[in-house]
Design a protein. Structure first.
Length: 200
């Protein structure tokens, strides 16, 4: 597996740009569309938490276990959310895709399908990963449906796994796509974009 480094990924009217501190105000505005921080099972920052959110993501990048992006919709030029590679384990040739959120008006559109197509493609085709994982809160049913609709396989549930922002501890539902499965998953995602039936 190659070293994941900041990179811009673009396709189907969407651009993933390396996260930077100058994105702070635009990220806060995107999160305010739907007051996304009110969802207790997500990692979306409150406006006053955006600076810390950026600092933690960039610290993870400096440490080599994260690679965060902002999501830009190109027709409007608007920054509409964020996503990242995380839990990067070069020795296992594995990384995960997560910390994904979009402004409310962009949910249930083609956006998530495009982002996953770009991120999976870069992970498998440029970085030579053997497996890409995804995880979500056991109460985030919309996220579970979206991950399954992408074609990822459910690995299982890790019980009492990770603290939430409110201090409770969640069960984590784990999914993955293997490198050998990527060609079929890629065709599936491309077909969903053509047919306009993209999961979110």
């Amino acid at each position: 597996m190659k070293e994941p480094r900041p990179v811009t990924l673009e396709g189907h009217g969407v651009r993933l740009e390396p996260l930077a501190r100058e994105h702070r105000d635009a990220l806060a505005a995107a999160a305010a569309d739907g007051a996304l921080w009110e969802l207790w099972f997500t990692s979306v920052p409150r406006p006053e938490e955006t600076e810390r959110y950026l600092a933690q993501a960039l610290a993870g990048q400096d440490a080599g276990h994260m690679l965060p992006f902002v999501v830009r919709e190109l027709e409007s030029g608007t920054l509409v959310g964020s996503t990242r590679y995380h839990d990067i384990l070069k020795e296992a040739e594995r990384l995960e895709i997560g910390y994904t959120w979009y402004a409310k008006r962009w949910q249930k559109t083609h956006l998530n399908t495009v982002c996953k197509l770009l991120l999976f493609g870069h992970a498998f085709e440029a970085l030579a990963c053997k497996v890409v994982g995804l995880r979500t809160d056991n109460f985030n049913f919309a996220s579970q449906r979206a991950i399954e609709a992408l074609g990822a396989k459910k690995d299982g549930v890790i019980r009492h796994h990770q603290p939430r922002r409110d201090g409770t501890v969640r069960d984590t539902v784990m999914y993955s796509v293997l490198a050998s499965e990527w060609p079929d998953v890629k065709r599936h995602l491309q077909l969903r974009l053509v047919r306009g039936r993209s999961p979110n």
